[in-house]
Design a protein around this ligand. Structure first.
Ligand code: COA
Length: 285
């Protein structure tokens, strides 16, 4: 697996695992996997697989509500505990997909089994394993996001990155949210958007801001209204932010296969990284 130097690869999965991009995704298995990974009874899943499915050591989790028992064997103990704590099947499914994409892409990159990828999920605030995920001992950077029917995992060999995807809710109370999340000039720009398009425009602001906050690692602890972003009708760009020099944050919208969602990617490298999207269905089946 390449993870070509300089590119930011964004792997996209639909929760129904339909193909999400053209069938041009490139995923080369590590040599050790090629010997065992063939067809539905592969080491990556399927009935009787070593990693999950009926008959595996973790088959019980299937009944705990995920639709992807064949992927659970990729997860480590900490991830399985987090999985078990989700109440809703949709949350479980999105979490499993995020873990599996992360582990399979990084595993192929490092030449190790997905389950053996050394991931560090330590939260900088509380020490619990729900923070920004890193590969222990490797400069590779990644960012995970899930919403609605999509799961995105972005990878770059060295630059800090943040990705965010959100499902557009047409019934969003944009005026209330805007008063909290947006700067005055952003509120004004949103008000000029036709009402039928306002939920999408607000969600675009949101994903752009959250992508930046995930790249820096701040998350939602900081005041979103102080991070000022270009209007949704223009190219994504950070206009002002006191916490970090705006010229060092590169922001771009990600084109998605599903019109009901919007997504953005931020990177903190010296110049904007080219984004390449990949269909995660090719590595999850
Ligand atoms: C990061 C954050 C913005 C994600 O919010 P979200 O919209 O609910 O979720 P997304 O699906 O877009 O992203 C989730 C991913 O963000 C990543 N993440 C967690 N904390 C992060 C941080 N500080 N910076 C960047 N990424 C982070 C994780 O990889 C997570 O994936 P996982 O659930 O599979 O482990 C939000 O969780 C946050 O603000 N966290 C930090 C502050 C906080 O709440 N701390 C309290 C815990 S002590």
């Amino acid at each position: 697996m390449s993870l070509r130097d300089g590119d930011c690869e964004v792997w996209i999965a639909r929760t129904d695992l339909a193909r999400t991009t053209r069938a041009d995704a490139t995923y080369a298995e590590p040599a050790h996997a090629r010997t065992t990974h063939s067809g539905p009874s592969s080491a990556y899943g399927g009935t009787g697989s070593a990693y999950g499915g009926t008959g595996s050591a973790y088959a019980g989790l299937e009944h705990a509500g995920t639709s992807y028992p064949g992927l659970i064997g990729d997860l480590n103990e900490v991830e399985r505990e987090r999985l078990a704590a989700y109440r809703r099947t949709a949350d479980r499914n999105r979490f499993v997909l995020g873990c599996a994409i992360t582990r399979r892409v990084v595993g192929a990159y490092l030449g190790v089994d997905p389950a053996d990828v050394p991931l560090d999920r330590t939260c900088q605030d509380c020490g619990k394993p729900h923070g920004k995920v890193r590969v222990a001992g490797d400069p590779l950077r990644l960012s995970v996001s899930h919403s609605g029917d999509l799961v995105l995992v972005a990878f770059h060999r060295s630059n800090e990155i943040g990705v965010d995807v959100e499902q557009v809710n047409p019934d969003l109370d944009t005026s209330t949210l805007a008063s909290v999340v947006l700067a005055p000039e952003e509120v004004e720009a949103l008000a000029s958007v036709p009402s039928a398009e306002r939920a999408r425009a607000f969600t675009t602001y949101w994903t752009r801001k959250e992508a930046v906050l995930k790249a820096t690692g701040d998350g939602m602890r900081v005041e979103l209204s102080r991070l000022v972003i270009s209007s949704p009708s223009s190219a994504a760009k950070v206009l002002r932010w006191r916490r970090f020099p705006a010229e060092h944050i590169h922001l771009q919208d990600i084109r998605l296969p599903d019109a009901g969602h919007v997504a953005a990617l931020a990177d903190l490298g010296p110049k904007a990284v080219p984004v390449v999207t990949r269909d995660a269905a090719t590595i999850l089946s």
